[in-house]
Design a protein. Sequence first.
Length: 209
Amino acid sequence: MRFENREEAGKKLAEKLERFNGEGVVVLALPRGGVVLGYEIAKHLGAPLDLIITRKIGHPTSPEYAICAVAEDGHMLCNEEERSRIDKEWFNKTVAEEQEEAERRRKLYLKGKKQNLKGKTVIIVDDGIATGLTLRLAIEEVKHENPAKIIVAVSVAPEDVADEIEKSVDKFIALQIPEVYLGAVGAYYNSFEQVSDEEVVRLLGESRG
């Protein structure tokens, strides 16, 4: 299965999430790409759309390969074997830069505001999973807020990562879990353009009516 674009993937996920309509739902998207899917889901369910911002720390020689993820509050999740091989000065500098970027995005996109997640059904949305580190950290961050349920909804995920995430949430929904993963989320989309800050701000504004 290939998706035409993120909008199509979001609409397909929204249909799969129909059962959660009216359950006190909050949709949390991972920016930037996940916001496009999150917008479609939130619109379909009549739910508020917010962000969960975790940033990838890519390997210095292969930036797309995540060795760690860092959240807005500085919490981290790492592949410790990979991390142990990395220059500490470079690593600490990169973590600081990515945490600063997470804070920048929160202020730009939502003026620093956050939804109260206590007792809510929280749907975490992304446009696909590779290593899963940023999504797994997002799940841990949401658990600190004491929601009633956590649902993860993505377009595509590797089988091993999907199995791991499924164990940590109440419900895991992926439109596609290929036996042989192609290595990049964009390989499953016909159109996978980078989403701009302006597009994220527009979608969040429209979701608030």
